[in-house]
Structure formats: C-alpha cells, structure tokens
Design a protein around this ligand. Structure first.
Ligand code: GLV
Length: 309
C-alpha cells in the first residue's frame, strides 16, 4: 500500500516532503524514481503524462492535487471504474477569488488602460465607474464560484451566478440550466468563468455567448483554456462587443510565443497561476482519503465520472 506522485512540473519533491511529514508511516514515491509498481494503491496526480496510470496493476484510487480533473478524463488510458477525487480547499477558493477580484478592480479603475497609456507616455485621466455600477456574473457556482460570489457581495457588487443546478447563496441572484443562461448573460457586465471543463462546457465562451452579454462587457477566464474559442474572443474584442479580457488559462500551456493573444491590447495574460494548491493546506485531505481508502470508507471530494467533475 503506497502512494505515487505523478506530475510534470518541478513540484514532486515539494509534495512528497509535505505528504511524508504528515504521514511518516506511508511509503510515498515519485514516479520518476525506482519504485515497486505493484505496491502502489493510490496515485496523486497533476497533468500526468498520458499512459502513466496504467502502469500500476493494483491502483485503487486516483487523487488530483488540484481542483480540476479534466486532464484525467481527456486521457483515454486513465483506468476506468476507479474512484477519482479532486481538491476542495478554502485556500484554493480564496486564492481564486482574490485573482478574479484583482482583475475586476484593475478593470474598474482602468489600470489595464493606464498600462497601455504608460507605454506611450500618455497622461490621460480615464472615466471610471464604481462597484455599485456593475453586475458581475459568475459562470459556475461550485466551491470556487461560491467563494467568489460571497466576496463580491461583501464588496458591494451586484452579483449573479449561473450553474447547472440552482444554488442558493445569500444576496446572489442564481440562474440555472440552459433555459436561464440568456437572461443571466444579458445583465452580466463582467463575466467570470469558473466552470469545470467537461464535454458540456468545452467552447462555451464563444461568439454566440459573447453576443448575449451587454455591449462592452469584460470577460475573465480562470477556469480552463478549453472553455474559450480563441478566434471568437479576438473577433468580439475587435468589434467592441467586448471591452477586454483577463485570461489565466489557455488551450496550450505555456501559451506559444506566436499566439495572437500576446499582442492584443485588450487581452491581459497571466500564466495559469490564479489559484495553485498549497501543499500544507491540501495534504490533510489527501492523507485522510488514503486512510479512508485503507479502511474501505467513502472518500471525500469524489468526482462524478458521469458529470466529469
Ligand atoms: C488549477 O487549475 C486547479 O485545477 O487546481
């Protein structure tokens, strides 16, 4: 009974040390070191290389070390019928909320425009609007969207959210299902996408959706690059239907240096850093699930394989 950590960035040792500190009794391996494949019962993964999970004949459980699990469903070699969990963590949620708030306030106070003006040594006070002037719409009211909605309410934004099934959050107007999407979009002057990426949500940020937003709306995508149709965003920005976009996630990451987004004045790019799992905050739920698995108990933060999140 051991854990293997599989990820392609430079954080394997960080995770291994944090897990080992919390649970010195468990054998924990990096997939890059020599390790007994048949002893592995749990894999802690983040964007694992395709095919890596099928090397473990006794694998019982797959844990994503982030909120997203889309990479597991996109990999047709991911073993079927094993429980998959994702991270639901207060720090991950507050980090995301702070990111979206930073983007909204930068837009509100025209910081993005001033950065452009600065490159031209241009002193030009721009008109601004206030918190109370905006309705912010959140696509996706899961753990992250709900935390953001509460923060927006706290700051005094008119706040509304859209989700598959209706959510109830104090002072947040909740829309649900396909039938209510148009009404939700029609009054979202700032739109933040925090949806999980599934077959149902891939490409949802497209021309048809953008055209239903109020003219000049601002879009923030901190979910997944696969939600956005890149050419549609550029077209909508160039036509003035959208006034700007802050993007943290892309179809291909890192974003290739010749991608047109880099040079677009109205697109503000960050390198998929809006909300990154903090090992100390997340490790307890990973260890808790390992112990539950050992005792045959129900795991926490289980993903629905039907829904894909
Ligand atoms: C980050 O993108 C995550 O899914 O945790």
């Amino acid at each position: 009974m051991s854990i293997v950590i599989i990820r392609q960035d430079d954080k394997i040792e960080l995770w291994k040390e944090a897990l080992q500190r919390a649970a010195p009794d468990i054998s924990i391996y990096s997939y890059l070191e020599e390790h007994p494949a048949d002893e592995i019962t749990m894999a802690l993964v983040w964007k694992n290389p395709k095919g890596t999970l099928s090397q473990y004949p006794n694998l019982e459980y797959i844990a994503s070390s982030g909120a997203g699990v889309d990479f597991l469903f996109e990999d047709e070699t991911t073993p079927k019928n094993l429980p998959i969990t994702r991270v639901v963590d207060a720090m991950l949620a507050s980090d995301m909320s702070e990111y979206v708030l930073a983007a909204i306030f930068s837009y509100l106070k025209r910081f993005y425009q001033y950065k452009i003006n600065q490159t031209k040594s241009l002193w030009k006070p721009e008109q601004y609007r206030r918190i109370a002037d905006y309705t912010v719409g959140i696509l996706g009211l899961g753990a992250l969207g709900t935390a953001l909605a509460k923060d927006l309410v706290r700051f005094g934004f008119k706040t509304q959210g859209w989700s598959n099934s209706r959510k109830k959050i104090d002072k947040v107007t909740a829309f649900a299902g396909k039938d209510e999407l148009a009404e939700f979009l029609g009054s979202s002057e700032i739109l933040a996408c925090l949806l999980p990426l599934t077959n149902a949500t891939a490409g949802i940020l497209n021309k048809e959706l953008f055209n239903q937003l109020p003219k000049g709306a601002f879009v923030i995508n901190a979910a997944r690059g696969g939600h956005l149709v890149d050419v549609d965003l550029i077209e909508m920005l160039d036509s003035g239907q959208l006034s700007g976009a802050t993007l943290d996630v892309f179809h291909q990451e890192p974003l290739s240096s010749d991608h047109p987004f880099w040079q677009h004045e109205k697109i503000h790019i960050t390198p998929h850093y809006a909300s990154v799992s903090d090992t100390d905050s997340v490790v307890p739920q990973i260890i808790e699930n390992y112990r539950r698995m050992q005792h045959g108990e129900l795991l926490t933060n289980l993903v629905s394989t039907d829904k894909g999140y």
